[in-house]
Ligand binder design. Structure first.
Ligand code: ADP
Ligand code: MG
Length: 341
């Protein structure tokens, strides 16, 4: 199969497509691909820059036979999801690629997926690096995304307050379920970064995180974030209803077909990673505003429980009648979060 040289690749594949339809490239002070560094146009004095990086490694985060178009989408989507979780609007991104060789057909599809999302999110590719990895080595893609957020209004992980409700966007579990079946799923392959939701949660949510490692583990991050913020750490306990967790259509179907029981399905939804939905805390007074936002965006926003000051710290899973979840299931949930090492 035809393969390309590095400079040919940068010039013919990256430089030309990166600019297409992107307002960034029309700004007189902006400079994109081609020089030693990119130049951003100046920001509004009232804004600060948000920066996030995420890396995908072959054999670790994706299968070698992945659809390259989906991979191109995903490497940008997971980064945009981090911006969404900060309430930042995208400014641009860099792409660093370690490749065994530049296969024309494969990279064309990869860039189709990447640039389609780049244009949709108005987040232009402004630079990067392209290097060869040793033959037989894993390929790797790393994206760094830049965003802007009004000073002091970024949606951080450390703002949760006693009394807040906890909410999740979209539905959970289908991505992890697809992995267990070694099959594909739109949730797994084409994650949709919740940028519009992030922007609307500014000034409304107390704390926001995107669900990359599983709901259980992200709720713990918010609880730890709140504990880390206060000088005299107030213990927070999240009381969550497992029947309120919005499970994905595919898992729901597996339950109807009796391929999974409902505890199992919820367990997958709660511990499964790769969701890229937003988990957020908000005062109960915001409930109707949040429902309006969900309706406006055509995105399910589901209240799954609330947090309160407590003698103990952690998550208490209950059923719809307020009864605690059986101890063995609680344990499975606690053990189930994704660990990178
Ligand atoms: P340098 O020697 O300064 O590192 P390179 O030859 O690596 O320059 O890159 C030349 C230009 O191409 C730079 O503007 C760089 O940002 C851009 N570039 C290289 N690889 C990529 C990539 N994978 N994605 C986007 N831009 C890239
Ligand atoms: Mg370089």
């Amino acid at each position: 199969m035809a393969s390309l040289g590095e400079f040919e690749f940068i010039d013919q594949f990256l430089r030309s497509q990166a600019a297409q339809g992107q307002p960034f490239y029309r700004h007189p002070l902006a400079l994109g691909i081609g020089d030693d560094a990119a130049l951003m146009p100046p920001l509004d004095a009232a804004e600060q820059v948000a920066v996030a990086s995420d890396m995908l490694i072959e054999g670790r985060h994706y299968f070698p036979d992945v659809d390259p178009r989906a991979l191109g989408h995903k490497v940008l989507a997971v980064n945009l999801s981090d911006l969404a979780a900060m309430g930042a609007r995208p400014l641009g991104f860099t792409l660093s690629a370690g490749l065994r060789e530049i296969r024309t057909q494969w990279i064309t599809s990869f860039l189709d997926g990447l640039f389609a999302l780049s244009r949709e999110a108005e987040c232009p590719l402004i630079g990067g690096d392209t290097t060869a990895v040793p033959q037989g080595g894993a390929e790797v893609f790393s994206v760094t995304v830049l965003g802007a957020v009004p000073k002091g209004s970024a949606l951080r992980r450390d703002g949760l307050q006693a009394g807040d409700d906890l909410w999740v966007s979209g539905h959970l579990g289908d991505a992890a379920y697809a992995v267990t079946l070694k099959s594909t799923d739109p949730k797994l392959d084409w994650p949709q970064p919740r940028i519009a939701l992030g922007l609307r949660l500014r000034g409304l949510a107390t704390a926001v995180i995107d669900i990359s490692d599983g709901l259980q583990s992200e709720v713990m991050h918010l609880l730890h974030g709140a504990a880390g913020r206060s000088r005299a750490p107030a213990q927070l306990m999240a009381t969550l209803c497992w029947q309120d967790v919005p499970i994905g259509p595919r898992l729901r179907q597996a339950v109807s077909a009796r391929q999974r029981d409902d505890h199992e399905a919820v367990c997958i939804a709660i511990t499964g990673g790769d969701e890229y939905e937003l988990l957020f805390g908000a005062s109960p007074h915001e409930q109707s505003n949040i429902r309006d936002i969900g309706r406006h965006l055509g995105l399910a926003l589901t209240k799954i429980g609330s947090v309160a000051s407590s003698e103990t710290f952690g998550i208490d899973w209950r059923d719809a009648q307020g009864q605690p979840l059986a101890a063995d299931w609680q344990q499975r949930l606690h053990n189930g979060g994704f660990r990178h090492f």
